[in-house]
Ligand binder design. Structure first.
Ligand code: NAD
Ligand code: UGA
Length: 480
């Protein structure tokens, strides 16, 4: 009676289940965009979910080749070990975007969303062309229904646009869109992903929306406790990511604005930050004064927030968030002015050694690094630059290509400092703490100056060696 078991099996199984049997993977995940977010996120998911096949695809052959080699395209502590564990087993990097899209059950979209540089919204709005290209490609290459996860940082209601593209035309394939913003910081990406403060998943409150959310939950629950996973509606999730970055950046601009006041009143910014941060309602993190925030996201996301507020005619709100960016710009310019003013109001032909070009330590990333702005300004003043950084020299070279002036790039910090009029520390690499500053001082022109843009070094010790020391938000220690 009835069908033979094999026939029964074949007729009730969905195409997804058939592929699952063929490949012995519970699900196939694809991530579009093999960058700073897509790469590490998928490496962690592959490590934590050995029963899922994880494929990261990108239009950049160079990036994919690097992910498949021993020279990974990004530097991130702990990343290489995790790649070695999973690559070739359940973690793959590929340029075959179309086939992988079609085979996927869940697609993370992790392409970049830079600030628009042209047309309407230039300088503020997010450039969504890569998101749209990805959505179109997913639609064109999908023969089965899929969950689409927004990993990129997007303007609120972006999922609506994605859905319009994905569900346009006569395609009967259905897509459920989730928002799952990434909160990791570079330099600590692996730790942030393995031990996150929270995971945020936004979904539509519908039967299919909740089912998709549960699929994504299943992945994170492999290593994240349920109480750390926040579920919200889609728009709250999209907006929370922009707001989280805006709040972090606002704290930095707040403390940097006060550093300017400290410099004219002989208050010490570290003491002020320490005293203020001890209030548990305020907290001590992200109160380190410096040359300003950099990185690919704070400025971009703040500008996007400003754009959205202006779009919705919330001009006062837009002005408030705009001022966070303005204070940051002022802080970089204040640093350059301090160097100029201190060094007898001319930098012409003076050798300035730049310690650190990355936007923060433990990354080779230089996107929107304060070092770019500061170096350009110093070159405008006709200083000669000698730039050193443990991991960012190749990016620094690219960033300063085509800029008028003299800049050399030197691996060894002692070599970089030889014959210099001053050192300007822009990135607080731990390597700079253990250098022999007596040796550096001996090799420099006198009077020798240090401008510590991160309050990173031991200022008293440097002063005792003979340096004239200019910190941020503290009285200088000088011999002249
Ligand atoms: P990235 O530039 O390092 O990587 C983006 C990748 O997407 C690039 O390799 C690019 O070649 C690829 N790409 C672009 N269009 C494509 C397409 N149509 N098909 C396939 N690949 C395509 O960017 P990122 O730093 O990884 O940032 C990605 C997103 O994540 C951004 O929205 C960013 O705001 C957000 N984010 C970044 C960080 C961070 O620390 N970098 C942290 C949290 C969130
Ligand atoms: C930041 C956020 O911290 C992440 O949560 C977010 O996911 C990410 O942006 C993103 O969306 O891209 P990231 O830019 O990698 O991460 O690094 P941060 O540690 O936030 O530092 C950003 C900049 O602020 C750096 O230039 C750093 O030097 C500066 N900073 C940070 C300060 O000047 N003072 C501080 O107290 C902290």
């Amino acid at each position: 009676m009835g069908r033979p078991p094999f026939l029964f099996n074949v007729t009730v199984k969905s195409p997804i289940d058939i592929r699952m049997n063929e490949n012995k993977f519970a699900k196939k995940i694809v991530c579009v965009g093999a960058g700073y977010v897509g790469g590490p996120t998928m490496v962690v998911i592959a490590n934590k979910c050995p029963d899922y096949k994880v494929t990261v695809v990108d239009i950049s052959e160079e990036r994919i080749n690097a992910w498949n080699s021993d020279e990974l395209p990004i530097y991130e502590p702990g990343l290489k070990d995790r790649v070695d564990k999973a690559r070739g087993k359940n973690l793959f990097f590929s340029t075959d975007i179309d086939r992988n899209i079609d085979e996927a059950d869940i697609i993370f979209v992790s392409v970049h969303t830079p600030t628009k540089t042209f047309g309407e919204g230039a300088g503020k709005a997010s450039d969504l062309q890569y998101i749209e290209q990805t959505a179109r490609r997913i639609k064109e290459n999908s023969t089965s229904s899929k969950i689409i996860v927004e990993k990129s940082t997007l303007p609120v209601r972006a999922a609506e646009t994605m859905a319009s593209i994905l569900h346009s035309g006569a395609n009967s394939v259905r897509f459920e869109i989730l928002s799952n913003p990434e909160f990791m910081a570079e330099g600590t990406a692996i730790r942030d992903m393995e031990e996150p403060d929270r995971i945020l998943i936004g979904s539509h409150d519908t039967v299919t929306g909740n089912a998709a959310r549960d699929e994504l939950l299943k992945i994170y629950l492999k290593w994240v406790p349920r109480e750390k996973i926040i579920t919200t509606n889609l728009w709250s999730s999209e907006l929370s990511k922009l707001v989280a970055n805006a709040f972090l950046a606002q704290r930095i601009s707040s403390i940097n604005s006060i550093s300017a006041l400290c410099e004219v009143t002989e208050a010490d910014i570290s003491e002020v930050a320490g005293a203020v941060g001890r209030d548990s309602r305020i907290g001590s993190k992200f109160l380190e004064a410096g040359v300003g925030f950099g990185g690919s996201c704070f400025r971009k996301d703040l500008l996007n927030l400003v754009y959205l507020c202006e779009y919705y005619k919330l001009d006062d709100v837009a002005k408030f968030w705009s001022s966070v960016v303005e204070i940051n710009d002022n802080q970089m310019e204040r640093f350059v002015n301090c160097i100029l003013k201190t060094m007898f109001r001319t930098l012409v032909d003076k050798k300035i050694t730049i310690f650190g070009f990355a936007f923060k330590p433990d990354t080779g990333d230089t996107r929107d690094s304060p070092a770019i702005y500061i170096c350009k300004r110093l070159l405008e003043e006709k200083a000669r630059l000698s730039i050193t950084d443990p991991h960012a020299i190749s990016n620094a070279k690219k960033d300063l290509t085509g800029i008028d002036g003299t800049a050399e790039f030197v691996e060894n910090p002692y070599e970089a400092a030889k014959g210099a009029h001053c050192l300007a520390l822009i990135t607080g690499w731990s390597e700079y703490l253990s250098l022999d500053y007596q040796k550096i001082f001996d090799s420099m022109l006198k009077p020798a100056f240090i401008f510590d843009g991160r309050n990173h070094l031991d200022h008293q010790k440097l002063f005792e060696i003979g340096f004239n020391v200019y910190p941020i938000g503290r009285p200088p220690l000088t011999h002249i």
